[in-house]
Design a protein around this ligand. Structure first.
Ligand SMILES: C[S@@+](CC[C@H](N)C(=O)[O-])C[C@H]1O[C@@H](n2cnc3c(N)ncnc32)[C@H](O)[C@@H]1O
Length: 324
């Protein structure tokens, strides 16, 4: 019952700059409070909880971040501070307030809270969009492992649909020097992607395309990447997107779907909590292995193999349904 309060305490420490300041060196409560303009007793109590959950520790009367806490410094390459702020944001929190409405009515809680869908909202709220894209990139560290488990050798063109900040495409292009990449995104995510993929774009190895993948996908790729995209969409929209891929792919092409796959029984629980988060935020859902296979089949595709990735992620490798 108290999990949400612990998350809020961690995000508050990030927001107040406590972990940034402690990242510069150990400090006692008094000087930390003075430097940050905070109330010393209140700060001390916050730090006591953060110590209990392993974010900071006290030595000789001075506080310092633990290894976990050091990741919560803003701008740390892990992006965990941005992830903490995203998960604590009003954009998410106000939506979760409407979970009961979503369960009652079948509508999306995000829509009840914000009066629109999440991706249209992000187009109109650039600061939230920046946080969302940074948070997604932080939660997407699994993607750099995809070239370890899937061989991109011989692949000429890779299209990353809804590729976010470009972390995955950068990893693929680094692992497959002969490949050309295309990232398809909405405008809100393209600035971050331009930064991440700039060097590949300058070398002529990558294009960034502002487009709506529901209307079509670039023609003739060997591989279409869909990382944490299908779970945002209803079966109907997800099928439409997969059909675009099926129609457009080069002979022998593949669609790689990276998702958390729902277990048949109650574990692992991360996919279950994210499934409810999908219900809050989008018309989408986390799906079981069978759910993905049915969806793929309805688009003329089938699962060829399923590979394990870190963070409870799996990679479904799909190809055209073999003709009899
Ligand atoms: C959950 S994020 C996943 C990002 C990235 N693939 C990853 O795994 O970190 C979904 C992405 O889909 C993009 N997106 C949503 N609707 C889109 C559309 N209609 N056309 C293109 N991209 C879209 C969003 O901007 C967002 O970056």
């Amino acid at each position: 019952m108290t999990g949400a309060w612990v998350s809020r305490a961690v995000a508050t420490a990030v927001e107040l700059g406590v972990l940034d300041r402690l990242g510069e060196g150990p400090a006692d409560t008094g000087s930390l409070a003075e430097g940050l303009g905070l109330h010393p007793d209140r700060l001390d109590r916050l730090l006591r909880l953060l110590a209990a959950v392993g974010v900071v520790r006290e030595r000789d009367g001075r506080h310092e971040p633990t290894r976990v806490g050091s990741h919560l410094r803003r701008g740390h390459p892990s992006g965990m501070a941005e992830l903490a702020l995203l998960y604590d944001s009003d954009m998410f929190g106000d939506s979760w307030e409407h979970l009961a409405d979503a369960v009652r009515t079948g509508r999306t809680a995000f829509g009840e809270a914000h009066g629109t869908d999440v991706f249209s909202y992000l187009e109109r709220h650039p600061r939230d969009a920046e946080l969302y894209t940074a948070g997604m990139a932080a939660g997407g560290r699994f993607s750099t492992h995809i070239p370890d488990v899937y061989d991109f050798g011989g692949v000429r063109t890779v299209v990353d649909l809804g590729g976010g900040a470009g972390e995955l495409l950068a990893a693929v292009l680094a692992a497959a020097p002969g490949a050309h990449g295309v990232l398809v995104e909405r405008p809100a995510a393209l600035a971050a992607a331009r930064e991440r993929l700039g060097a590949f774009a300058d070398a002529g190895r990558c294009d960034l395309v502002e487009a709506d993948f529901r209307e079509g996908v670039p023609e003739g790729a060997d591989v279409y990447l869909l990382s944490r995209v299908l779970h945002n969409w209803s079966d109907e929209d997800a099928r439409g997107l997969l059909r675009h891929c099926r129609r457009s792919m080069a002979p022998g092409g593949r669609v790689l779907v990276a998702e958390r796959i729902l277990p048949d029984e109650g574990r692992p629980w991360l996919s279950l909590v994210l499934d409810v988060h999908m219900m809050v935020m989008t018309p989408g859902a986390e799906r079981t292995e069978r759910g993905y296979e049915e969806l793929l089949r309805s688009a003329g595709l089938t699962t060829r193999e399923i590979l394990d990735l870190p963070l409870e992620m799996r990679l479904l490798v799909a190809g055209p349904v073999p003709q009899p």
